[in-house]
Design a protein around this ligand. Structure first.
Ligand code: SF4
Ligand code: SF4
Length: 473
């Protein structure tokens, strides 16, 4: 029987790990003409991609209380997640969310390898299930594309290639618009589209730049994004181990590979008939039979291709399948390892922390600080005055006429300017005010005081600050 050692010896002599599957000996890029995959996994992925595209193109139209469901306005540091507004003041929540996300990625990758890349990553979905499908429709399958490439530049070729690039650019332009709507919101995007272009030079420039970037990604960079650019892809080798689920070739069953010859004794051959179908459909240009490779995005095309061949030659499916390296080598079943349990515990801790922060998060944040450079001012013989600045962040959808009051303390407050500060919805407001306290109540140089922030009669926050007075302690 073909052992793991034999298999490792065999692949150790090969040069495939010395360079990328998409680069030749001279370091030049090898263009991948992936054959159109067919099969159960491809059908499910195609169906799922429609669902993802509906989400991507549909979400920007959904609004809650007049604001988008999601907004990631990085330039203005304004974020909306599930209709809830997040400001830079919520950076702690943002930080913990990032940490939680990273821990989940670590756990998910340790358990399921590149399942996300193959099934849910926007890059794979747009590339394999939108742009590549358009390419098949216009240029034909891999063989037709190769032939077209070798053909001279006739009017037919110019039309086909030109039309493909035109459609690619139109799709990239549409994606770019929707991508931008997640940053500036659908309302702003509509203004860019409907109002005079001269009023939205910045927005228009962003749309054009994004369109060219998306077009370049799907027309030229393609699988290179997953192979050399994506940081998640680069982390795989660290996050995965021999128990992680990957798309794997069962070399114990498949080797020694060879063509089945009629009238000859084929009993010594494994199940792999060396038909190269798994290689032909691979969008990253690799041979899954060489073992786990960083180029593999787990797209399952080779599983479908090999299952099709197994059906034809009357052998059981699953020569290429989801499995772990250990399960192929020792027949060990996929299981929940100690490492995964440890990552799960870490996830549970950060998720609890995040939930707590989200539950206790306030819709209004207020900070009150003594005016910088000012100590105190004596008012007559019996009172002392301090000057304060108040800043309020309003995360709600309603405007707040903010007033401040002293809590549980004798004294008075005098707002400078208007008697209240108008804080716009999803906006910020600032104000200045004096607090005057009677000397008889001040026993220390620095006295903690509570200031209530009110929306009319409704108390929305209580802030503790210090009051300074000339008292010898
Ligand atoms: S090896 Fe298989 S799963 Fe991996 S990228 Fe190629 S076709 Fe997709
Ligand atoms: S598709 Fe299956 S049988 Fe054909 S070469 Fe690949 S692993 Fe072997």
């Amino acid at each position: 029987m073909f052992s793991e050692v034999d298999h490792l010896n065999e692949i150790a002599t090969e040069e495939f790990r010395d360079r990328l599957g998409t680069v030749d000996e001279k370091g030049k890029r090898k263009w991948v003409y992936a054959q159109k995959p067919k099969g159960r996994f491809t059908n499910i992925r195609s169906f799922l991609s429609i669902f993802y595209f509906l989400i991507f193109f549909g979400l920007p139209f959904i609004e809650i209380d007049g604001r988008p469901l999601f907004l990631f306005n990085i330039p203005k540091a304004h974020f909306i997640v599930f209709g809830k507004v997040f400001w830079p003041q919520d950076f702690f929540i943002f930080g913990i969310t990032m940490v939680t996300f990273v821990f989940f990625i670590i756990l998910f990758t340790a358990a399921f390898g590149r399942l996300f890349c193959g099934w849910a990553c926007p890059q794979t979905n747009f590339m394999e299930l939108m742009f590549r499908k358009v390419e098949y429709l216009i240029l034909g399958d891999a063989a037709a594309q190769r032939k077209l490439k070798a053909d001279p530049w006739t009017s037919r070729k110019i039309f086909k290639v030109g039309f493909k690039h035109f459609v690619f650019f139109v799709l990239a332009f549409i994606i770019s618009n929707f991508f931008l709507s997640y940053v500036i919101g659908m309302k702003e995007l509509r203004k860019i589209i409907t109002e005079p272009l001269s009023e939205h030079v910045g927005g228009l420039t962003a749309i054009v730049i994004f369109s060219y970037v998306f077009y370049a990604v799907y027309a030229y960079f393609r699988e290179q994004v997953c192979i050399v650019i994506c940081p998640y892809g680069r982390l795989q080798s660290v996050l995965m181990d021999k128990n992680s689920m990957i798309v794997a070739y069962d070399y114990k069953r498949g080797e020694p590979r060879g063509h089945i010859k009629k009238g000859e004794d084929n009993s010594k051959l494994g199940d792999c008939i060396d038909c190269f179908q798994c290689v032909r459909v691979c969008p990253t240009g690799i041979d899954i039979r060489n073992g786990l490779q960083m180029e593999c995005v787990g797209c399952t095309a080779c599983i479908d291709a090999c299952n099709g061949i197994m059906d034809k030659i009357g052998k059981p499916r699953g020569l290429v399948r989801y499995a772990s390296e250990n399960s192929i080598a020792d027949g060990e079943r996929l299981h929940y390892t100690k490492r995964m349990k440890f990552y799960t515990a870490l996830c549970a801790v950060v998720l609890s922390l995040l939930s707590m922060l989200l539950i206790t998060r306030k819709d209004i944040d207020a900070t009150v600080m003594r005016a910088p450079g000012m100590l105190f001012q004596e008012k007559g013989k019996d009172s002392v005055q301090n000057l304060y600045n108040v800043k309020v962040v309003n995360k709600t959808t309603r405007e707040i006429p903010m007033i401040v009051k002293l809590e549980d303390m004798e004294g008075s407050i005098l707002m400078i300017g208007k008697p209240y500060v108008k804080v716009e919805n999803e906006g910020q407001g600032w104000g200045e005010f004096f607090i005057t306290l009677p000397k008889k109540n001040i026993l220390k140089r620095s006295t903690p005081i509570n200031i209530g922030i009110y929306n009319g009669k409704q108390k929305i926050a209580v802030v503790t600050t210090k009051f300074l007075a000339p008292v010898a302690e």
